[in-house]
Design a protein around this ligand. Structure first.
Ligand code: GH3
Ligand code: MG
Ligand code: MG
Ligand code: MG
Length: 305
């Protein structure tokens, strides 16, 4: 089960970087009531902490012995894992060229030393609010509005990345294409709101059936879902498909007009990439869809490879 989206109500994580401990203490006093604080007194330590503490924002001194703040920022911006962390420089340097150098390496903002507490607090607050909004938009853009699981856009992004990884590593990758059986009849008998509720329950069952953090369950369209299973071969995927099919059936959602069972069932198409070489995400989806078609033709409520 993945939780790709950050919770909206949390304390911001702030990394303070300054070679002088008294400067860190001062900033800590100003900000500790609002944020979770991490501190580093050197450039390399700051970079190492970014990987483990995953800060939302960094307050970065420019002049430090060893690696200076400009170099720290440059390196953070070169690393995809840290490039989006906003860096606010805090510096005594007042020359235009020094300020320009900060902007050039990718600064988000700039606070002068000696620090005015009110200015520091408000600058940080503004960037933290911005980060919360960006995170919220990101989550919204990747989430299906009805079921709250991942949407097709997010699936496509992740699938593309997994296909590339798979091509490099030669490890297997599988997809399950899942479709609710006789769902039109379900809507016709129980009404559209009940149909919506049914889709939410099915999505929840899929999400719960996936146990590894890198597996992904997504709503692909109307009553169709896709599960992406990295590092899983055809046999493993077929076993997962049976588990998913059983999990949906076990919800026990009454479906009087289904000829499969008296409860809601799904049909599942399985497709796997097993060999190294060109891995085409769209071809894999197509094959899963063809397998789904076979599962439908063989009587529904089952998985087919
Ligand atoms: P099959 O077993 O062959 O898949 O039959 P089916 O009735 O499930 O397939 P069909 O494609 O004919 O119908 C899918 C239905 O899903 C029709 C559509 O109204 C319904 N549907 C699609 N999206 C939603 C939704 O968001 N909410 C509800 N309640 N129904 C939806
Ligand atoms: Mg300094
Ligand atoms: Mg369908
Ligand atoms: Mg259907």
């Amino acid at each position: 089960m993945t939780t790709p989206f950050p919770p909206s109500l949390r304390r911001g994580r702030l990394l303070l970087v300054d070679d002088r401990p008294e400067n860190i203490r001062l900033m800590h006093q100003i900000l500790a009531s609002e944020y979770e604080i991490f501190a580093a007194t050197g450039g390399q330590q700051a970079i190492d902490l970014c990987a483990t503490a995953l800060p939302d924002l960094i307050l970065l001194d420019v002049f430090m012995p060893g690696m200076d703040g400009l170099e720290v920022c440059r390196r953070l911006k070169q690393n995809p894992a840290t490039e989006s962390i906003a860096v606010i420089f805090v510096t005594a340097g007042s020359q235009t060229e020094e300020e320009n150098a900060c902007w050039q390496v990718g600064a988000a903002d700039f606070v002068n030393k000696p620090v005015n507490p009110l200015t520091l607090r408000n600058r940080v607050r503004a960037h933290w609010q911005l980060k919360l909004h960006v995170d919220a938009l990101h989550a919204m853009a990747h989430t299906d509005g009805l079921t709250a699981i991942a949407n097709r856009r997010y699936l496509n992004e992740r699938l593309e990345a997994e296909c590339q990884r798979c091509q490099r590593s030669g490890l297997p990758l599988s997809l399950l294409m899942i479709d609710v059986d006789f769902f039109k009849r379900y809507n016709d008998r129980y009404g559209h709101p009940a149909g919506d509720e049914c889709l939410k329950r099915v999505a929840g069952a899929l999400q719960a059936a996936l146990q590894r953090p890198f597996d992904l369950a997504a709503r692909y369209g109307g009553e169709e879902f896709v599960c992406m299973l990295p590092d899983t071969d055809a046999a493993g995927a077929l076993a997962m498909a049976d588990k998913v099919e059983a999990a949906v059936r076990a919800l026990g959602l009454e479906h009087a007009d289904s000829t499969v069972d008296a409860v809601v069932t799904v049909s599942i198409g399985v497709a796997a990439v097993a060999t190294a070489g060109l891995v085409d995400s769209q071809a894999l989806l197509r094959r899963a869809d063809q397998a789904l078609y076979r599962a439908k033709n063989q009587g529904r409520g089952r998985a087919c490879l």
